[in-house]
Design a binder for this molecule. Structure first.
Ligand code: PRX
Length: 689
């Protein structure tokens, strides 16, 4: 009873003539099912948007998308300035140039600027502007506690008051425009409140995911030298209590030893997790949020800033060395996150939106806080674990709040409840395989809801390749086509652009408003990492193929970065944590496919001479990684290695290690160039010990 619908909506738009091949679909004779008609079976290659969905969508057809896309590429200045001036408040307009850019290292320093000279404020645009437009009493935030039964709400005007009180407090302790504030908070309402309070006064927040260890936190504090650190005493995650303040205490001692001392540690008393009497305290430095913040006035003047003034820093992992401080600025990021949110989720004022990401990651910045709030959306924040107290929790929450847009990583799933309220689904963080896609579509969305599989990165600020739900026929597992203004290109290893059906390295030509502008304090590393590999382009670090119909398929990282449950981890960071263990001589870390987490962390470890392999050592190595980076970076497997496979020049051959880790032993390839080919057999023998 499948309603297969051959070639139903596919009409070739005439406006495609001058478009880059990345945006042209040439679909022919694929098996398709229409949204809402029937589940997508394994044979269905395409899911078509229904007339019903498309009719109400912001971008109702492929034709309309192509028109808008074409306009955005042919005249980026006109396209983006039109949106920027009609949908946001600017105290003062930008200069003659909407944007200026140099993405080509051969022509000098890399530089990207959007709306330079324009004066605005992101917090004002999120709150005051929406309140002035009549949203004062609309729910801005629903908060759902880890413990079922505990929840809270804030309207837009209540949120503004809370934000202003904190902003006033921060000013009173000397935080000024351009100062950094480190935030180490779980998913309490106080987290977006803090982000917005910083933004209001022009301070630069640096949110550190509250799963990072004290050492990682210290490293970030030392790098950005904040005036204030904001945290809470503890949080419950599932059945466990995590003592965040203890972690911050240790980080502050650590950073003081490295010459960076922080005068103020503002601490929220999270009463559901821990009473203040039980919290360790350093008089003079530590201050209870509840004792000071509510005393401040509920209004606070906005600090008007330039579009190119910094908005926030967010550290992310690279393939080598220490974490990189990705810097986003004000105007372009604001316009880009708001616009991508609106179109990719086909946002309506009546939507209730839930993104399961933590604000400690970019998804939580762009699509928990800024993008939705700039649209005046009602946002759900969930504090806890997706499977607590049972695996149905997420679906309970969807039903409780009548969530209409649900945006998550393709990792959490159990079927149980009806999810009638859902309208649009989103997926992010890792490639979603076609059967997971079908499951998400059929079971979670009842084959009614389009899926926006959004490909993007910390660096890109917002969505880059994503379906627009009313416009595109969707192929399970494909992120489909570029967002407005984005020109993805696939290049070969020499940097030559490939056309048509192809596979290679994913790059981006020209800038887009949400692009990051530098790595904090290290512009050279910014240029080397992202712009030197393929001169003339921004290099994403991802592999990608394009099929004959023009659809994009992300194939994962091509560098030494792993994605574990949507958490980005550099193999080099895990290796350096392992080798800091006194009994570890050498370590090499690779990613392996993991049923639940997308990728798992697989570590080859050579102990120092005289130390034997033992369960104890294994545990202690894992503990070292947990304390140095965080629990989420703990290796799933320690594989004992008498030695590592190296070339004669001493380079570790990771290609071989990846094959051994994946147990693809017949695909090891040429091992004759190894200094000692016998190493491979030894490793294979030790695989399951
Ligand atoms: O490899 C890609 C993968 O996540 C990387 C970016 O990680 P991060 O900066 O932590 O941001 C995660 C949330 C945007 C990318 O280089 N990735 C992200 N989204 C997708 C994806 N891979 C495949 N499909 C996606 N939709």
């Amino acid at each position: 009873n499948h309603n297969h619908n051959h070639n139903h909506h596919f009409r070739h738009a005439d406006s495609t003539a001058s478009l880059p091949s990345s945006a042209v679909a040439k679909i022919s004779h694929l098996k398709a099912v229409v949204l809402g008609d029937a589940p997508a079976s394994e044979e269905d290659d395409v899911v078509l948007p229904s007339h019903e969905f498309s009719r109400q969508a912001l971008v109702p057809s492929q034709q309309k998308y192509l028109e808008m896309y074409k306009a955005s590429i042919e005249n980026p200045a006109g396209f983006w300035s039109g949106i920027a001036s009609s949908e946001f408040y600017w105290k003062q307009g930008w200069g003659d140039q909407v944007y200026s850019e140099n993405l080509d290292v051969r022509r000098g320093n890399i530089k990207i600027e959007w709306f330079k000279g324009g004066i605005t404020n992101v917090c004002y645009n999120c709150l005051d502007r929406n309140i002035d437009a009549g949203l004062a009493d609309k729910i801005a935030l629903y908060w759902e506690s880890n413990e079922p039964g505990f929840d809270a709400t804030l309207t837009y005007s209540q949120l503004l008051q809370r934000v202003c009180q904190l902003a006033n407090y921060l000013k009173s302790v000397g935080v000024r425009k351009g100062d950094a504030v480190v935030v180490y908070l779980p998913m309490l309402m106080e987290l977006p409140i803090t982000m917005l309070a910083c933004t209001r006064i022009g301070a630069v927040h640096s949110v550190v995911f509250a799963g990072f260890s004290s050492e990682s936190l210290a490293q970030r504090i030392v790098d950005c030298k904040p005036k204030v650190v904001i945290t809470c005493n503890a949080v419950k995650r599932g059945p466990k209590t995590i003592f965040l303040k203890d972690i911050v205490d240790a980080a502050l001692i650590d950073s003081a030893n490295k010459g960076i001392s922080v005068d103020v540690c503002l601490t929220y008393e999270n009463q559901l997790a821990l009473k203040r009497e039980k919290t360790k305290w350093k008089e003079g430095r530590d201050i209870w949020w509840e004792d000071v913040v509510p005393k401040y006035p509920t209004s606070c003047d906005v600090e008007w800033v330039d579009a190119e003034d910094p908005l926030f820093l967010l550290y992310t992992s690279g393939s080598t060395g220490k974490p990189k401080g990705v810097l986003h600025t004000t105007g372009g990021y604001m316009v880009y996150t708001a616009t991508t949110f609106k179109y990719a989720f086909d946002y309506k004022d009546s939507d209730v939106y839930w993104c399961t990401a933590d604000c400690g990651w970019i998804t939580g910045h762009s699509y928990v806080t800024y993008g939705p709030m700039l649209n005046g959306a009602t946002i759900l924040l969930y504090e806890g674990a997706p499977n607590y107290p049972d695996p149905g929790r997420c679906w309970d929450i969807v039903d409780k709040y009548k969530v209409t847009i649900f945006y998550t990583a393709p990792t959490l799933y159990v079927t149980r409840y009806s999810r009638k309220s859902l309208r649009v689904l989103g997926s992010v963080g890792e490639p979603i395989n076609p059967s997971a896609w079908r499951w998400f579509f059929n079971v979670v969305g009842g084959s009614r809801c389009p899926i926006s599989d959004t490909w993007w990165q910390t660096e890109t600020g917002g969505f880059m390749i994503t379906p627009l739900p009313g416009a595109w026929p969707q192929k399970p597992g494909s992120a489909t086509f570029p967002f407005f203004g984005v020109q993805p290109v696939i290049v070969d290893e020499k940097g030559v652009e490939l056309d048509g059906e192809c596979s290679g390295y994913l790059c981006v030509k020209s800038s887009w408003p949400g692009a990051f502008r530098t790595l904090y304090g290290d512009h050279e590393r910014y240029e080397t990492t992202y712009f030197k590999p393929f001169p003339g382009y921004y290099f994403t670090g991802d592999g990608c193929s394009r099929d004959k119909d023009g659809y994009h398929w992300l194939t994962g990282r091509v560098d030494d970065v792993i994605n574990v449950s949507g958490h980005r981890i550099g193999t080099a960071e895990v290796e350096s944590a392992l080798v800091s263990h006194p009994q570890c001589a050498e370590a090499a870390v690779v990613g392996v496919e993991h049923q639940v987490k997308g990728q798992g962390i697989y570590a080859f470890v050579t102990p120092v001479e005289g130390i034997s392999y033992s369960e104890e050592l294994r545990k202690s190595l894992i503990l070292t990684v947990r304390t140095q980076i965080g629990a989420f970076a703990a290796p799933d497997k320690i594989h004992w290695a008498p030695a590592l496979p190296k070339t004669r020049s001493g380079k570790i051959m990771r290609r071989i290690l990846r094959k051994i880790a994946a147990r693809q032993l017949d695909e090891l390839g040429d091992t004759s160039t190894l200094a000692d080919p016998g190493v491979v057999d030894q490793l294979i023998k030790l695989a399951d010990t």
